[in-house]
Design a protein around this ligand. Sequence first.
Ligand SMILES: Cc1ncc(COP(=O)(O)O)c(C=O)c1O
Length: 380
Amino acid sequence: MYSDRINALPPYLFAAIDEARDELIAKGVDVIDLGVGDPDLPTHPHIVEAMQKAVCDPGTHQYPSYAGMPEFRKAAAEWCRKYKGIEIDPATEVLSLIGSKEAVAHIPLAFVNPGDVVLYTEPGYPVYKIGTLFAGGEPYPLPLKAENSFLPDLDSIPEDVLKKSRLFFFNYPNNPTAATADMAFFEKVVKFCKKHDIIAVHDNAYCQMAYDGYEAPSFLAAEGAMDIGMELYSHSKTYNMTGWRLGFAVGNKDLIKGLGKVKSNVDSGVFDAIQIAGIAALSSPQDCVNETNKIYEERRNALIEGLTAMGLEVKPPKATFYIWAPVPKGFTSILLEEAGIVATPGVGFGDAGEGYIRFALTKPVERIKEAVERMKKLQL
Ligand SMILES: Cc1ncc(COP(=O)(O)O)c(C=O)c1O
């Protein structure tokens, strides 16, 4: 019944975890779910109010423009200038997105021919691989290891793979490892991509979730990056807007045009009222982001304290709302069955995630403290 493309998809590990969790809940267990990377905090009120007003205006009810409202693209470019220090032309170098996920899935369709290799970091967001497979490309994972600070070793890629490589997906601050990258790494990526004629796609979905004064840089701020790259931004995590489906791509105008060509053939843009709410998010003072980060920081500290007390080796991450911890074999099941805590086994993000677990800081600090108390009682 299904296409070869669908039949070739790897089994969806998260569905099995959800099933096990739901079974425990049905038995009356008080489950603490730190599995999914979906903010538990509501969208900020000024954004909701902008949407309420916009949705009542019949002018927003028709098909939106493919590239995004000029005002949205202008707000996105202005945000990039203000918070990332990059100059973007709103007319040609910005594209609205229905969340960054669709861009990750559509980018290979725009640039990858069957047999072309797509490089991506692993453990990583599963769509880099799936989008590549859907386009007939060959996924080539670059393992992220603790000894390399979870940065890929670009020098390890064999020459025959490089010859066929067309695209490189990378993501810092990183899901799931919570690692960050500095400008020196981004500059290395630019040189590497230019040398081997590879398109660079930096997925910057977590750039505003940062702590201890850390500011995540833009890849496009690296010299020459605009010649070969694009960057994906998302309202989802920054403004607690995962359900709204909004983001934007910025970068080299020919790359933006290529992605736009795919999108104009498969979707019809973002609902104008959502874009108007998105403008309110981007253009208002960013205090709401700082307040949210303070909440995550408190949760992070509570969980790190607990994991450290258990003897696990974890450093407080500077960004993202994830904790990536090396754990003994079978830990995820013990955690769920004996402590009623859901977390994601690292292998769910690719083979390179084996031996790790990812906690998402998506529950109030009291629940995280409760999780810590339960974990301390485990016999490992
Ligand atoms: C690394 C990464 N990229 C992209 C996305 C997709 O985000 P959205 O489509 O909500 O913008 C996610 C979501 O979890 C993610 O973790």
